[in-house]
Write a protein that binds this ligand. Structure first.
Ligand code: OXD
Ligand code: MN
Length: 597
């Protein structure tokens, strides 16, 4: 694009912010779009972009009687998940990125990606998407601007963030905004890079259209860059849901919980308690990301920086998550699910009969009984959080909510018991740091292998993991009223490979114990690993369809399993080298001594 066009574009720009205008012009000069469109976030803009996306085949309208305002998008089959091996942290020193991130030297990365971005928007539109992560006007809220050549990205960003004029107004003339550049390019996995430059507050993403790689506010800004900023500024950016649980007496406790991708954060955040819990209520503040900072009253306050949900579709049904089913009943974008003959969507695990015939996620005819999945295992919905019947009013509160408990949960078929409470903050950080989880379809690669995933942040920590863990330890000095820390595992299996714990709504029983512990209401039992529910005054099992032996099995601690677990943890700590925090190494020694003693 000629520089005269860039000048013309800045004349039409709805801002006079000199830094923003100069940066947009510079990026446009490199990518050379035919036109630049500044997004205002209006309904008219949504309609215009949607019509255009339908016309160019990016979106398929669904049956308006069955799914009003909903569309289906099919991605390139080579572009269906986050690509951790193509995701880079580009800090000046390799050590700053640490051993768990891919690293590129910043200048080398800018040069390499500039070659890909050079002229890549010829014949295309560059959309300028100003967005806020967090409630507008909040002290914790951050502004980003994403430049993208994808109308699908704009429509998703519209749901996932507070986007358009309001964000631009909040930015004003400040130069404090994240600079995000994205092009779908030719969707070639050999030319796909997701690069983060924390010291420049910049993200460059090329060659993908998949949410986690391209909705730059989410994983890239809210977690990778966010975690880096959090360390500099004294707060925490975490891969955590936030929920409020209200007892029949009207007492609300806010809890943040970290689980790796596709391990049920959305389900947990929207859970409906079982019938034995009449009068209890769960409300969602966030389903994926928490930004937490100490508040003036000494408690830790959390906001959800997002405005929508980008959730895993398969397995969602009226039993596992009725509130999600309501949430995705309208105004939702579906990606890579199957299409029914009557214009609705279908996925494995949906309620009701399996249809005889479908069009699968790749647009091919599919017949019942096929060995192929009709919906991709990482197919997704993008839905506004305002659709959620149990959305907490606090989700839009710029102050956030005071967190009383933090939960770390992995997907483990063995070893980790149903629930335990850490002895103290340092021990809790040790539990989070040593989390392991079996991999899922949310990222490209083998599914079902255990990997260490500290705080569920392995793919999302924007700096050295050892420094990150030290930051967690240091935070206790600035939070006089520390939340209590817990570890859970809903995924333990019996010898036949069946999940022992029923999960979903029944997780309320574990949640109630956590609330009771936080409020100091129930006694507990000490074990080698932490505090667990007592058999007499522990978990409420009334009405639970589970044998006593199965409950025993779900909560048991097997010392031999813990000995091999400790070995696998050792490999992880060795990787951190001298940056493995001393306090965590001491926790490790104490645990070894307890197990050997
Ligand atoms: C997500 C993920 O999309 O964690 O939230 O992959
Ligand atoms: Mn996630």
């Amino acid at each position: 694009m000629a520089s005269t066009q860039a000048a013309a574009a800045s004349e039409q720009a709805p801002t006079k912010n000199p830094t923003l205008l100069a940066w947009v012009a510079k990026m446009a000069a490199m990518t050379q779009p035919d036109r630049i469109v500044w997004c205002d976030g209006s309904e008219a803009e949504k309609q215009r972009l949607t019509e255009q996306a339908v016309k160019d085949g990016t979106l398929i309208p669904l049956n308006p009687q069955k799914r009003p305002g909903c569309y289906l998008h099919r991605s390139n089959p080579n572009d269906v998940a986050r690509v951790e091996h193509l995701t880079f942290i580009c800090t000046p020193n390799k050590t700053d990125a640490g051993p768990t991130n891919n690293w590129m030297e910043p200048e080398a990365a800018y040069t390499k990606l500039s070659q890909l971005f050079e002229g890549c928007m010829k014949g295309r539109t560059m959309y300028v998407v100003p967005y806020a992560m967090g409630p507008l006007g909040g002290a914790s809220t951050k502004i980003g601007v994403e430049l993208t050549d994808s109308d699908y990205v704009v429509l998703n960003m519209r749901i996932m963030t507070r986007m358009g004029k309001a964000a631009l107004d909040m930015l004003g003339d400040s130069d404090d905004f994240n600079r995000g550049l994205h092009s779908t390019g030719d969707v070639n996995p050999d030319r796909r890079y997701i690069c983060h430059f924390p010291q420049d507050n910049t993200i460059w993403s090329f060659g993908s259209g998949y949410g986690g790689n391209v909705l730059l506010g989410k994983k890239c800004l809210a977690l990778r860059i966010g975690s880096y900023l959090g360390r500099e500024e004294g707060w925490l950016a975490e891969h955590m849901l936030i929920l409020g649980v209200t007892s029949p007496k009207g007492e609300t406790t806010y809890i943040a919980a970290a689980f790796p991708s596709a391990c049920g954060k959305t389900n947990f955040a929207m859970m409906i308690p079982p019938k034995e819990y009449a009068g209890w209520k769960i409300e969602t503040v966030g389903d994926d990301i928490a930004w937490m900072r100490p508040g003036p009253d000494g408690r830790l306050y959390a906001i959800n920086p997002e405005a929508g949900y980008f959730g895993v579709v398969p397995g969602t049904n009226y039993k596992t998550n009725p509130n999600a089913m309501e949430t995705i009943s309208k105004d939702t974008l579906f990606t890579n699910v199957a299409l029914t003959p009557d214009g609705d969507v279908w996925w494995e695990g949906k309620d009701g009969e399996v249809p005889e015939e479908l069009i699968d996620w790749q647009g091919k005819p599919w017949k019942k009984g096929s060995t192929e999945k009709a919906a991709h295992p990482n197919s997704r919905f993008t839905a506004p959080m305002s659709n959620n019947p149990v959305l907490s009013a606090k989700a839009n509160d710029p102050q956030g909510v005071p967190i009383s408990a933090i939960i770390f949960g992995g997907r483990r078929s063995n070893t980790v018991p149903l629930v335990l409470q850490a002895f103290n903050w340092t021990h809790g950080v040790f539990l989070g740091a040593t989390m392991g989880s079996e991999t899922t379809a949310a990222a490209t690669g083998k599914v079902g292998v255990v990997r260490r995933d500290p705080m569920a942040m392995l793919p999302f920590c924007g700096y050295h993991m050892g420094d990150y863990l030290q930051h967690w330890l240091d935070m206790q000095k600035s939070i006089p009223q520390l939340p209590k820390i817990f570890q859970v595992n809903w995924f333990r299996q019996d010898k036949n490979g069946k999940f022992i714990w029923p999960g979903y709504g029944e997780n309320m029983r574990v949640l109630e114990w956590i609330v009771n512990r936080v409020q100091g209401r129930v006694p507990t039992q000490e074990t080698l690993l932490g505090w667990v529910p007592r058999q007499d005054q522990g978990l409420n099992l009334k009405g639970l369809d589970m044998s006593e032996e199965a409950v025993q099995e779900a909560t048991s601690i097997k010392e031999d399993e813990w000995k091999s677990e400790l070995k696998s943890q050792e490999v992880f700590f060795e990787q951190l080298g001298t940056k493995a925090p001393e306090a965590l190494m001491l926790q490790r020694k104490l645990l070894i001594a307890r197990l050997d003693g």
